[in-house]
Design a binder for this molecule. Structure first.
Ligand code: 5GP
Length: 114
């Protein structure tokens, strides 16, 4: 299933995306339908379906994703004004793409969820 994923194809550059950062563990690229002036998705290079698939062996990927997101926020100059990081999980969480991804949103005052 992971080989068919849109996000896997973005990592392997089989479909185009505006990649803003890539290293041996993660890839970060602009969301195709941005909900804010800055809307970047950060994904692991190795397929993980959702937060439900985080385990003792792969859990360090989450801290790296957070680190990369905060670094991008600084580079995009949204860190002082502030930003939001979201990971949706499965149906009730609003996860549409079956590939773990973190949203980095900023560049405007974001609405409250609650
Ligand atoms: P989710 O709702 O699963 O948390 O978020 C999936 C996100 O992926 C959405 O914000 C959507 O706009 C984005 N997305 C879906 N397909 C593509 C694509 O082909 N390219 C890019 N760059 N983003 C996509």
């Amino acid at each position: 299933m992971q080989d068919d994923s849109i996000f896997k194809k973005i990592i392997t550059k089989k479909i185009p995306a505006h990649i803003v950062y890539q290293d041996e563990k993660v890839t970060a690229f602009k969301d195709i339908k941005p909900k804010a002036p800055v809307h970047i998705l950060i994904i692991p290079n190795v397929f993980i379906a959702s937060l439900n698939d985080i385990n003792k062996k792969n859990k360090s990927i989450l801290s790296h994703m957070f680190y990369v997101a905060t670094d991008i926020a600084k580079r995009k100059k949204i860190s002082q004004e502030g930003y939001r990081i979201i990971i949706n999980c499965n149906k009730n969480g609003g996860q549409e793409i079956n590939y773990l991804h973190m949203h980095l949103l900023g560049g405007k005052k974001l609405g409250s969820f609650f």
